[in-house]
Design a protein around this ligand. Structure first.
Ligand code: FE2
Ligand code: FE2
Length: 255
């Protein structure tokens, strides 16, 4: 590959309802493109079942590249289990500790932001919610970065609606985006809506880039299975949406 760092940004594999042909395609692309690391922005599983996390771990463990993983709303146990309310991310965190590798990128820091909550005062609990505590933790990590290191925030739910068929309706998302814009983050990576996007959002503190990866599950919305290639040259982040069946030369490059 060219100079710089190549990252694969995947999302919403939904083990339990994954697309095995799509995953085989990603494996071939990893062999061909040799990315430096992979980022997965949540919804690893369908129902947060232990066997689904085990399948995710088996697949990720066979890739032989560093992987960083964020939780999605599907990675929290069922509404009927006390575990959901007492320790919603316990299964995910156990899996993450076993599956995640150390990802170090020159000049770039991957900063997590959890947008999932166990319960919400609205009908649909699958939607995003950035709590004050989660946002404060994310901002503190960004503020502690060495001078010159850019932040790439990794979160499951898009922080604002981006025109996709699926919605995130993330509470406190606009507030989070404004805070991230004020800190000059390089971008906010997300998933959840199962279609890719790459847009600039205006906030009271200036623009911030939002990048979404599609799905590698059978739960398609409007586009085929896809993932994003992110190329970082130390100054610019180039995003290429890779759709199953495309070729690298023919893939759209969105900068
Ligand atoms: Fe999803
Ligand atoms: Fe989701």
């Amino acid at each position: 590959m060219a100079d710089g760092t190549l990252l694969f940004h995947l999302s919403d594999i939904h083990f339990g309802n994954e697309d095995r042909a799509a995953l085989a395609w990603v494996e071939r692309e990893i062999a061909a493109r040799q990315p430096d690391a992979m980022i997965i922005t949540g919804d690893l599983t369908m129902r947060a079942r232990r066997r689904e996390f085990a399948a995710a771990q088996e697949w990720i463990g066979g890739l032989d590249i560093p992987v960083t993983i964020e939780p999605g709303n599907h990675d929290i146990p069922s509404y009927i289990l006390p575990e959901r309310y007492l320790a919603p991310l316990a299964r995910f965190r156990t899996f993450k500790a076993q599956a995640e590798g150390s990802v170090e990128i020159p000049g770039l820091a991957l900063v997590p932001l959890n947008s999932n909550v166990a319960a919400q005062p609205r009908m649909n609990w699958s939607k995003g919610w950035v709590s004050d505590a989660e946002l404060a933790g994310c901002l503190a990590r960004i503020d502690a970065l060495p001078a010159g290191t850019r932040a790439l925030v990794c979160v499951h739910h898009p922080l604002r609606e981006t025109g996709t068929q699926g919605t995130a309706l993330t509470r406190n998302g606009a507030k989070a985006l404004a805070e991230l814009a004020q800190r000059g983050v390089l971008g906010v990576l997300s998933g959840h809506v199962h279609d890719a996007f790459d847009i600039m959002e205006e906030t009271p503190h200036g623009p911030v880039r939002m990048i979404g990866a599609g799905t590698l599950s059978q739960r398609l919305r409007t586009t085929p299975p896809s993932f994003n290639e992110l190329h970082w040259d130390g100054e610019t982040l180039a995003v290429r949406v890779r759709s199953m069946g495309d070729s690298v030369d023919g893939a759209a490059l969105r900068v």
